[in-house]
Design a protein around this ligand. Structure first.
Ligand SMILES: NC(=O)c1ccc[n+]([C@@H]2O[C@H](COP(=O)([O-])OP(=O)(O)OC[C@H]3O[C@@H](n4cnc5c(N)ncnc54)[C@H](O)[C@@H]3O)[C@@H](O)[C@H]2O)c1
Ligand SMILES: [Zn+2]
Length: 698
C-alpha cells in the first residue's frame, strides 16, 4: 500500500466508522454487525501503525462512543468516561499481565492482583451524588460530554436516590442493562402496539434510557450494575475490590461474579467459568473485564488516549454463545425434507437474540445409527444439553457444538421421527441421502404450503399482493390447493357469494388489484416457470440454463418425457450434457415430471398460462467479461458450481482467493476471512442479488 492509497483508505474508514458509531451509540440502531465494526477499527489501527504521519485529526482511534442526540442537555464529565482495550485470544491476557508488570517495574516474584468481572452489555451511566443526593445522571456521550438523563435515571428500579455514609462528592459509574425476560416482555408489547421490536437487550436498554420523555423510561424495565467511579471527594477504598464492596454497602447492585485473582491462569479460568454461565445469567454479557486491583497502581498506570492502561476487556467471540437446548421441532419443507430445528433458551449471538437454530439433519443430531454404529459427523445432541450456537452476518443460526460434560442426568438420545409430523405419511431416507423426507407429496399440507410460498416468491411468480402470508391463509381456507388455483381465483372468488374482497383484511380495491396482478403474470418467461415449480435440485440458475437450452415449454416437456425412456435415450444424454446440469438434477427433473399427480398439477397450471420462450443469450456485451471474481459464503439462489459456470460463460475469471487483482467478491451469508480480506484490500464486495443484477440475472 502506498501513501496515497493509505490516506484515502483512512478517510474512508473514518467516515464508515463515524457512520456506524452514530447509528449504534446515538440512534441505538446499528447498521452493521459488531464483528464487521471491530474489523474496520482494527484495519484503521493497522494502517495508522504503518503510516503514523497520516493519522487524521479526527481519527476513530482517538474517539470514544458517539455524539449527543438532539434534545438532551449536555453534561461535561469532570473525569472522562472511557472505553476499554479489547482482547480475544488467551495469549493476549498473558501479554497484558506482562505489560502491566513491566510498566510498573515489578519484581518477578511480586504479587499482582486483578479483579475479574462480567462485561455487561448495556450502556454506561455516570451518577453524581452530592452530599448523598443524586443530582445528575449522564450517558458517556463522546467521553467528555454526555447526555443529561437525570429524570430518566431516577425511574430505574432499585437505583439509590439517596446515600448515607457516602463521600460528599461521589460519581458512581456502571452499566444500565435489561434482563432477558424483561426484554422479551417489552418486545411483545412493542409488537402488540404495532411498533418495531428491539434487536437485542443492549439496544432496548439504550433506547429506553435515552428517551426525551422520562415517563417512557419509567415504563421500561431497566437495571443498573455499579462497577466504577468518576470524581470523588475522598477515596472509596485502597483496592478495586474494596471500592466495589463499598458501593454494594451504599446500596448499589454490584456483580456477584466479581473475583480477586492473581495469575493469568486464574483469570482465564474465571473467564471460562463466566462463559459457561453466560446463558443462565438472565442478562447479556459480552466478555470479562480485568482490572488491576491496587488503586495506587491504577493511578500509576494511568490512561492512553481512550482506554485505561490498568484494565482489559476479554471479549467472547462475537458469533458464538452457549445455551440450553429446550426441544427439537421438525419442520417439513417444500420437497418434503424433515428439518430439525433447535428450540433454545434465548441467547444473544452476533447482536441478535436467537431462540431457534438449525440442527442440519438426522445424522448431525445422532450419535449412533440404527445398527448401533457410531456416526462420524454425529454430535449426539440431546434435549436438555448445553449447546453452542453460531451466528455470523445474516446466516441462519446453527448448533455448532455440544458440551457433553454438562449433560443433565437422564437425557435420552434423540429419536428422529419416521413419520411426517404434518400429514402422518411415512418419512423415508433414500440410500446416500442425509435427509429424511415425507412421502405424502401433494397430500402433505406442509409441502403444499411451502410449494405455494415458493411459487409466489420473488424469483418465481412474484405476484404483487400475494405473499407467503396470503397464500397460507388462502390454502388454509381451501380457496387454493395448488398453483393453478391462483389463476382461478377470479373465476371462483371474483364475484358471487364468497368473494375475495369480503375476506378479512381485503377490500374492493386490494382484491381488484390482486386479481389484476395475477392476470399480469399469466404471461411468464419459461425460466421463471421452471423455477417456480419447485422441483428438487432445480434452483434459479438451473432453471435459467434449462430455459435457455430448451427455449419453449413444449420443447422442455417433450424432452423430459423422452429422457424418461432410459439412460441410453439421446434426450437423457442431451439433458446431462447441459453445462451445469448433473445426474442428480436430471433424475429429479425427469422423475418429478413423470409422476402422474405432479404432472397433472403442472399441466393444469400451464393451461392457465402463456409461457414465453427464452432465447439463448448474447455473451458479447457482458459487463463482467475479463474481470476476476471470487465467490464466498453461502449462495442462496445458485450453487457454487452454477455460479462459476455462469460467470465463466459471461467471460469472467473465477478465482479461489482474494488478492489485489480481484475485481469482485460475491459474498453470501457467512462470508468469513475472504470478506475481511476484501474489505482490507478495498475490493468491491457484492451480495448475491447485486451480482445477479450486475450480470443481468439470467
Ligand atoms: N455494530 C456497530 O455498528 C457498532 C458501532 C459502535 C460500537 N460497536 C460495538 O461497541 C463496542 C465498542 O464500544 P465501546 O467503546 O463502548 O467499548 P466496549 O463496549 O468494548 O467497552 C467499554 C464499555 O464497557 C462497559 N462495561 C461493561 N461492563 C463493564 C465493567 N464490568 N467494567 C467496566 N466497563 C464495563 C462500559 O460501558 C464501557 O464504556 C464494540 O464491541 C463494538 O463492536 C458496534
Ligand atoms: Zn407430510
Amino acid at each position: 500500500m502506498d501513501e496515497k492509497t493509505a490516506r484515502a483508505e483512512l478517510a474512508r474508514l473514518a467516515a464508515r466508522i463515524a457512520e456506524a458509531d452514530r447509528a449504534y451509540h446515538t440512534d441505538d440502531a446499528p447498521v452493521i454487525d459488531d464483528a464487521t465494526y471491530d474489523a474496520l477499527r482494527r484495519r484503521n489501527e493497522a494502517i495508522e501503525a504503518r503510516f503514523p504521519a497520516l493519522k487524521r485529526p479526527d481519527s476513530p482511534s482517538e474517539k470514544v462512543g458517539g455524539t449527543i442526540a438532539e434534545g438532551f442537555s449536555k453534561v461535561e464529565h469532570e473525569q472522562r468516561m472511557l472505553s476499554l482495550s479489547n482482547a480475544f485470544e488467551d495469549e493476549e491476557i498473558t501479554e497484558f499481565v506482562e505489560r502491566v508488570r513491566k510498566y510498573l517495574g515489578l519484581a518477578r516474584d511480586a504479587e499482582l492482583a486483578f479483579t475479574a468481572e462480567p462485561k455487561i452489555d448495556g450502556l454506561s451511566l455516570s451518577l453524581r451524588y452530592e452530599k448523598g443526593v443524586l443530582v445528575t445522571a449522564a450517558t458517556r456521550g463522546d467521553g467528555s460530554v454526555g447526555e443529561n438523563v437525570t429524570a430518566n435515571a431516577r425511574t430505574i428500579q432499585g437505583l439509590p436516590q439517596k446515600l448515607s455514609g457516602a463521600p460528599d462528592l461521589l460519581e458512581v459509574r456502571g452499566e444500565v442493562y435489561m434482563r432477558h425476560d424483561d426484554f422479551a416482555e417489552l418486545n411483545r408489547t412493542q409488537l402488540a402496539q404495532g411498533k418495531k421490536p428491539f434487536a437485542n437487550p443492549r439496544n432496548a436498554a439504550a433506547g429506553s434510557l435515552r428517551q426525551l420523555d422520562a415517563e417512557i423510561t419509567r415504563a421500561r424495565p431497566l437495571a443498573f450494575f455499579a462497577y466504577g467511579w468518576g470524581s470523588l471527594s475522598e477515596p472509596l477504598a485502597d483496592t478495586q475490590m474494596g471500592a466495589i464492596e463499598r458501593l454494594a454497602a451504599l446500596g448499589f447492585e454490584t456483580n456477584p461474579l466479581t473475583r480477586r485473582l492473581s495469575t493469568p491462569e486464574d483469570l482465564l479460568a474465571h473467564y471460562h467459568r463466566i462463559e459457561e454461565d453466560r446463558a443462565t445469567l438472565g442478562y447479556d454479557i459480552d466478555g470479562v473485564v480485568y482490572k488491576v486491583d491496587d488503586l495506587e497502581l491504577q493511578r500509576r498506570l494511568g490512561f492512553r488516549s481512550t482506554t485505561p492502561r490498568w484494565a482489559l476487556a476479554h471479549k467472547f467471540p462475537a458469533e458464538l454463545a452457549w445455551t440450553r437446548l429446550e426441544g427439537i421441532d421438525i419442520q417439513v419443507g417444500r420437497t418434503g425434507a424433515l428439518s430439525p430445528v433447535a428450540r433454545l433458551r434465548p441467547v444473544t449471538v452476533g447482536g441478535v437474540v436467537v431462540a431457534n437454530a438449525t440442527l442440519h439433519n438426522e445424522d448431525y443430531i445422532a450419535g449412533r445409527d440404527s445398527r448401533g454404529e457410531e456416526i462420524r459427523e454425529g454430535k449426539d445432541i440431546r434435549i436438555g444439553d448445553r449447546v453452542q450456537v453460531y451466528r455470523a452476518g445474516d446466516v441462519i443460526p446453527k448448533i455448532a457444538d455440544v458440551d457433553l460434560a454438562a449433560r443433565p442426568d437422564g437425557a435420552e438420545p434423540y429419536v428422529f421421527p419416521d413419520t411426517c409430523p404434518e400429514c402422518g405419511s411415512e418419512a423415508i431416507r433414500e440410500e446416500g441421502d442425509a435427509v429424511r423426507r415425507c412421502t405424502g407429496g401433494l397430500i402433505c399440507p406442509a409441502q403444499a404450503v411451502e410449494r405455494l410460498r415458493h411459487f409466489v416468491s420473488r424469483a418465481a411468480f412474484d405476484i404483487e399482493g400475494l405473499g407467503a402470508r396470503q397464500v397460507e391463509a388462502l390454502y388454509r381456507d381451501e380457496w387454493i390447493a395448488e398453483p393453478a388455483d391462483i389463476f382461478r381465483l377470479r373465476a371462483r372468488y371474483g364475484s358471487g357469494p364468497r368473494q375475495l374482497k369480503n375476506r378479512e383484511g381485503w377490500g374492493e380495491k386490494s382484491a381488484a388489484n390482486l386479481l389484476n396482478a395475477i392476470d399480469e403474470r399469466r404471461r411468464i418467461p419459461l425460466n421463471r416457470l421452471i423455477f417456480a415449480l419447485g422441483i428438487r435440485h432445480v434452483g434459479e440458475n438451473a432453471a435459467n440454463l434449462l430455459a435457455r437450452h430448451y427455449g419453449t415449454w413444449e420443447a422442455f416437456a417433450q424432452a423430459m418425457d423422452a429422457a424418461a425412456e432410459g439412460t441410453d435415450a439421446p434426450a437423457w444424454q442431451a439433458l446431462n450434457d447441459i453445462d451445469g446440469v448433473g445426474e442428480v438434477m436430471a433424475t429429479s427433473l425427469v422423475t418429478t415430471l413423470q409422476q402422474d399427480r405432479e404432472r397433472a398439477s403442472i399441466e393444469r397450471l400451464v393451461a392457465e398460462l402463456e409461457v414465453e420462450a427464452v432465447a439463448a443469450p448474447d455473451p458479447g456485451d457482458s459487463v463482467v467479461a475479463g474481470k476476476t471474481v471470487v465467490f464466498t459464503g453461502k449462495l442462496e439462489r445458485m450453487t457454487r458450481a452454477e455460479a462459476k459456470s455462469r460467470a465463466e460463460a459471461l467471460g469472467a475469471k473465477v478465482a479461489g482467493s482474494v488478492s489485489a487483482r480481484t475485481d469482485y467478491l460475491v459474498a453470501g451469508p457467512g462470508a468469513g476471512s475472504k470478506a475481511t480480506k476484501a474489505a482490507e484490500l478495498g475490493v468491491e464486495v457484492l451480495d448475491e442479488d447485486a451480482w445477479l443484477t450486475l450480470t443481468g440475472g439470467l
